[in-house]
Ligand binder design. Structure first.
Ligand SMILES: [Zn+2]
Length: 360
């Protein structure tokens, strides 16, 4: 795969400023019902080839060895260090600190089961239409930053598609300074990382009925929240397992409170339909709270005992107990002023199958 690796070097090295693309949107997880990762346009900005290698601390060394071992995203010096079908090494001299195992992909990348492995993602290679390289998604279970040392959670946008994913890319910047809000998260001992979203948010045109949203869809202090949060797992509705949730820091604080409430009500998992999504409110000309990552759409709740209570099936149609649970969640969220806007099936038809929870 040397030829391919060389091509990848060009992609990673000096990718010119990205062409205008569709509206960026991050669902915590999106992909397909098939469960595989999907193709993505690389919208990351120019990545310098020069990587400053520094010795790892002991803690970093442990992350390095436990992160997708001998799999996509693992450290490598040459192709033989990537012992899987079509595996090859993206080298330090190509911009990848201590190397990163990959393999070519057309649309999907394979996933490995087990707690040592992140989901993988097929990023489209702009120099080979329809071809790409596999990379690991950020995973806060495996590393405090979601990535191996030297890599950072970065948005990678699908070409011509209204979606981005958070993938581990070489870290070339300086970390953003703490804000009052992130200090509060620190005091609350919340696990999170601060992803690099600059490139995805800098691009994008709006839907037809709205002006270009690139100036509107900003996220104030984006944070990627680890799941579980206060004992509650957050799982995107079409994904098999919980994943980090991308929200603005203010929303993260609200979700801490929300999770504490859910635990009291015996709920162990939130099934949601996304947080950040750069779009307008249906039928209006105003930006949705999702455009600023200040909202989450809750589709269903799973009790600690295992029973699933869904908004669509049980808001009106369930047993008295199921209905009561959903209403308790809404009413207590209102009473405790966790969110500033709550929309339910009682609000309108657009919310027949989910609760929209938002902070302003
Ligand atoms: Zn919503």
């Amino acid at each position: 795969m040397l030829a391919f690796a060389a091509a990848a070097a060009i992609v990673w090295g000096a990718w010119p400023s990205p062409p205008p693309v569709s509206v960026p949107a991050v669902d915590a997880a999106v992909d397909s019902a098939a469960g595989g990762a999907v193709d993505a346009g690389v919208e990351a900005g120019a990545l310098s080839l020069a990587v400053v290698e520094r010795p790892l601390t002991e803690a970093e060394q442990r992350v390095e060895l436990a992160f997708n071992p001998a799999w996509i995203g693992a450290p490598c010096r040459h192709d033989l260090d990537c012992p899987f079908a079509e595996g090859f090494c993206m080298l330090p001299e190509e911009g990848f600190p201590r190397g990163q195992c990959s393999r070519p992909c057309r649309k999907f990348c394979p996933d490995r089961a087990g707690d040592s492995f992140t989901t993988t993602f097929c990023m489209e290679d702009p120099s080979y239409i329809g071809r790409g390289t596999c990379a690991p998604l950020c995973d806060l279970r495996l590393s405090p930053t979601g990535c191996r040392p030297g890599y950072v959670c970065s948005t990678v946008q699908r070409l011509r598609e209204n979606m981005t994913k958070l993938v581990c890319l070489p870290d070339l910047g300086t970390p953003p300074p703490p804000t009052e809000c992130t200090r509060q998260l620190d005091r609350l001992a919340v696990r999170y990382t601060r992803p690099d979203l600059a490139d995805a948010l800098a691009t994008g045109a709006g839907p037809d009925d709205l002006p270009p949203l690139r100036d509107l869809c900003q996220i104030d202090t984006p944070v990627l929240l680890a799941s579980p949060l206060r004992g509650v797992e957050y799982r995107f509705e079409r994904r098999p397992r919980p994943e980090p949730v991308l929200v603005a820091c203010e929303m993260a604080l609200a979700l801490v409170q929300f999770s504490e409430l859910l635990v009291q009500l015996g709920i162990a998992e939130v099934e949601h339909a996304g947080t950040y999504n750069c779009r307008g409110v249906a039928g209006t000309r105003s930006l949705s709270g999702h455009g600023n990552a200040l909202a989450i759409d809750v589709v269903a709740l799973r009790r600690a005992g295992g029973g699933r209570v869904s908004v669509e099936d049980h808001w009106s149609g369930g047993t008295a107990e199921q209905q009561r649970l959903l209403r308790q969640v809404v009413e207590r969220s209102r009473d405790e002023r966790i969110f500033t806007l709550i929309l339910t099936p009682d609000s309108n038809q657009a919310h027949a199958d989910h609760l929209h929870l938002e902070v302003k």
